[in-house]
Design a protein around this ligand. Structure first.
Ligand SMILES: *Cc1c(COP(=O)(O)O)cnc(C)c1O
Length: 350
């Protein structure tokens, strides 16, 4: 079965050999305070910075999920009010999680079919503006260009959920203070590890707020990372796998070009579809890594079923879009011939 699910998703095929290496090298039993672990952690961060173009003065730390990052931001970076700008289920969930920790969290929903228009009068009142760069539930994105425009307008911190795009497309990290992603999407790895990337300004705000009430307070994470360590025992195996995957991966500029190239083919494929069409009608807001395709409920159900029988796992529609849409991951770990085979299959149903 080839998984086109937008997370957990297809692993890089090399992961099988890396797992064996990890076993043989004893990686799964090393102590997380040992020199061996610190070397893996240091090298992984260096590779991430190099391959993803993360600015030199930004920091990287390891946590367990994107959901954990939502909570860390609310605990450690929000004084009173976070502004949650969203057009879909993940951004909405982030708002829900934050508001339980900091009740001053404010929702700013917008239409998935329309380009986001930022609103100075409303947003400027927040300590942290929270954006979902790639909304996995409906297949929309906020472009680097729009991120730039938002960055220029606001002096407060900007935090970005890039869970289903980081590692697959180029992100200009300078346009926000906090970025996070878990590895079961574009990094082609098993679930259970996430990265949080933060700017000197984010760290400064964390120091002013000085939240030290949780094991995963950002200040603890940051202090431990000075020694390439984590407050609790981390997912050492997955950090090792991430290091190995990043070693073999090309620079994000090249990966981005390949992702966009594949995306253009999918885009055109469904532009000319009759029974299967883009759910997002406005091409300028479509995600490059997650396609959401709509059709009649009967047709969608039948395509998902037949795809399964043909050896393809398609993504279910998310939440309320469950029955009317299906989703297709355009993640780097998918191989060209797998995409060609899925297109061939879908061309009989589109
Ligand atoms: C998958 C996903 C999450 C949740 O990731 P976890 O690792 O399960 O916490 C959050 N946000 C977005 C945009 C996602 O795609």
């Amino acid at each position: 079965m080839i998984s086109f699910y937008p997370g957990p998703s297809r692993l890089y095929p090399q992961v099988k050999a890396y797992l064996k290496d990890a076993y043989d090298e004893g990686v799964m039993s090393i102590n997380h305070r040992s020199e061996e672990f610190m070397a893996i952690s240091r090298k992984t961060v260096a590779l991430l910075k190099e391959k993803l173009n993360i600015p030199e003065d930004y920091s990287v730390c390891f946590v367990s999920s994107a959901t954990e990052c939502w909570e860390i931001i609310a605990q450690s970076l929000v004084r009173e009010k976070s502004m949650h700008v969203y057009n879909g289920a993940f951004g909405k969930k982030w708002f829900d999680y934050s508001s339980r920790i900091k009740p001053g969290a404010a929702p700013y929903p917008y239409e998935a079919q329309e380009k986001l228009v930022h609103d100075y009068r409303v947003w400027d009142s927040a300590d942290v503006i929270c954006l979902t760069q790639n909304e996995t539930s409906n297949g929309t994105e906020i472009s680097n260009r729009l991120m730039h425009a938002i960055r220029r307008r606001y002096s407060g911190l900007i935090a970005v959920d890039a869970t289903s795009s980081m590692g697959g497309v180029y992100l200009d990290f300078h346009t926000a203070d906090v970025w996070f992603a878990s590895v079961q999407k574009c990094f082609g790895l098993p679930a259970g590890l996430a990265l949080m990337i933060y700017s000197p300004a984010a760290l400064e705000q964390a120091r002013e707020i000085n939240d030290r009430s949780r094991y995963n307070s950002l200040l603890f994470l940051d202090e431990m990372m000075q020694r390439w360590q984590t407050p609790c025992t981390p997912n050492v195996l997955n950090i090792y796998l991430l290091m190995r995957v990043m070693e073999q991966r090309k620079s994000i500029i090249k990966v981005d070009a390949a992702t966009r190239n594949r995306y253009r083919k999918w885009d055109a494929f469904f532009e000319s579809g009759e029974q299967l069409k883009h759910f997002i009608k406005n091409p300028s807001v479509r995600s490059k890594t997650v396609l959401t395709i709509e059709g009649s409920t009967d047709h969608i159900r039948s395509v998902k079923q037949q795809a399964r029988e043909a050896g393809f796992l398609l993504g279910e529609g998310y939440g309320e879009l469950n029955e009317s849409t299906l989703r297709i991951a355009n993640f780097p770990a998918l191989r060209q011939n797998e995409i060609a085979r899925l297109m061939d299959f879908l061309s009989r149903h589109r």
